[in-house]
Design a binder for this molecule. Structure first.
Ligand SMILES: [Zn+2]
Length: 107
């Protein structure tokens, strides 16, 4: 519920702010606000040309989890939808086999 409200309010606020400023915004040169270029995230699985994510390849699968054992979201890792589904399956399988932890205590 809270997220829905945020999403509906955000675009409205942008429109009221300054519709003219959007088009007149100068191109960013050197010394702009953004220090780093926005890099397109590439799916790790696609990049390595693996056709399937295997639960036995747990070291690779582990790279898609947080230290606490949580599965990292697609937004963060940049994996494609198809492979994210395979990764979540592999992680859950590994958890059940006690290869990966369900959770680890916070330090
Ligand atoms: Zn992929």
């Amino acid at each position: 519920m809270a997220e829905e409200i945020k999403e509906t309010q955000a675009p409205a606020a942008e429109n009221t702010a300054a519709p003219a400023a959007r088009g007149e915004r100068p191109a960013r040169g050197f010394g702009g606000k953004k220090r780093f270029e926005i890099r397109r995230k590439v799916c790790k699985v696609c990049a390595e040309k693996m056709d399937n994510v295997d639960y036995k390849n747990f070291q690779f699968v582990k790279s898609f989890t947080m230290e606490s054992g949580k599965i990292l979201s697609r937004r963060i890792t940049g994996t494609c939808a198809k492979h994210q589904r395979q990764i979540t399956k592999a992680i859950k399988r590994d958890r059940n086999l006690a290869i990966l932890p369900y959770s680890l205590p916070k330090k």
